[in-house]
Design a protein around this ligand. Structure first.
Ligand SMILES: [Zn+2]
Length: 323
């Protein structure tokens, strides 16, 4: 898939708006400082006129006087910073403000797309509204152990710890997660928690239900006019920072699905890119349904987290806590 012109323009506009907003904020800060610390304005004016002088000297080839001027400018700049902190402001209070410091809100680092731009493109391309909804409701802050007891509780606690470690080590420590167990035991919930943390850190996350993923792949694969879309879709699926496949096993499984699944897991493993899978299937069912090689990819490269217990969604309804 690639962006339409409308989507592309929308993103450009968003970056422009971010730059404008940060620019306005910096202007407001400057006015605030100039009125509360009048000496700061004087110092700034002095530095400005010295800089003009500096430029003129450079043009005139007066190399010998340059060093003295440079150190004078450095001295005044240091004084400005001191003045800020003595007035109770941080020293970088008037530095340029960037929402993404990596690309300085341009979307690009050199000719490479910045992570923030990839994240935005993926959000638009794959209409990740489902993940937005999921992570608003379900995240590490809303996590509750109330519905688990005994062995179920231990399993859940261990899965939470593994998920938190996954986030803490991301992306340096390459890891994959496989949540399995009966319905309503918190598998999608934990995927959502991880997604939320990584999205907040600016990583690109593609989230699909297994059904949606394979339907999309099939619609491109079996239509010769969609070759380019398929190529771009693969490129995103192979390269984005995290892919989440939710509810594996709820799709109609056939040889197309099996080979696509293996291809995806394999390519991401070769690229050392993380994947999270959740499923209601047991390990044996997984092997029987998707072949030995999918099974062995998962069991050898994924942290297997088994979850168990009564269906939380039902427990929540019964206790009247479902919002
Ligand atoms: Zn950026």
């Amino acid at each position: 898939m690639s962006l339409t012109k409308v989507q592309h323009d929308l993103i450009q506009r968003e970056y422009q708006e971010t730059q404008n907003r940060n620019h306005r904020l910096l202007q407001q800060r400057k006015e605030e400082i100039f009125s509360s610390l009048p000496r700061y304005k004087k110092l700034s004016d002095e530095i400005a006129s010295l800089s003009v002088k500096h430029a003129r000297m450079l043009l005139d080839g007066q190399e010998d006087a340059l060093d003295a001027l440079k150190s004078e400018i450095a001295f005044l700049s240091a004084e400005k910073k001191k003045l800020l902190s003595s007035g109770g402001f941080s020293e970088d209070y008037l530095d340029p403000i960037y929402t993404c410091s990596a690309c300085q809100d341009t979307g690009y680092i050199g000719s490479e797309k910045c992570r923030c731009l990839r994240q935005r493109e993926i959000a638009l391309l794959y209409e990740q509204s489902n993940i937005q909804e999921l992570i608003e409701r379900e995240n590490f802050d809303t996590l509750s152990y109330t519905y688990y007891q005994g062995e179920d509780l231990k399993r859940f606690e261990s899965a939470v710890a593994i998920s938190k470690n996954f986030v803490a080590g991301f992306p340096k420590h390459y890891q994959n997660l496989f949540f399995y167990g009966t319905v309503g035991t918190g598998k999608s919930f934990l995927s959502g928690c991880v997604a939320r943390e990584l999205l907040a850190q600016g990583y690109s996350v593609i989230y699909f239900s297994a059904n949606g993923l394979f339907e999309q792949l099939a619609s491109y694969s079996f239509n010769t006019k969609m070759k380019e879309s398929l190529y771009n879709f693969y490129k995103d699926l192979y390269n984005c920072d995290l892919v989440i496949i939710d509810d594996l096993g709820t799709e109609v499984t056939n040889s197309f699905v099996t080979s696509q699944l293996f291809g995806l897991l394999n390519e991401r493993h070769l690229r050392q890119k993380a994947t999270i899978i959740s499923t209601n299937l047991g390990l044996e069912e997984l092997r029987d349904r998707y072949s030995e090689r999918v099974f062995s990819r998962i069991t050898s490269n994924y942290s297997l987290c088994k979850l168990s217990g009564p269906d939380i969604r039902i427990s929540k309804k019964l206790s009247g806590k479902l919002s």
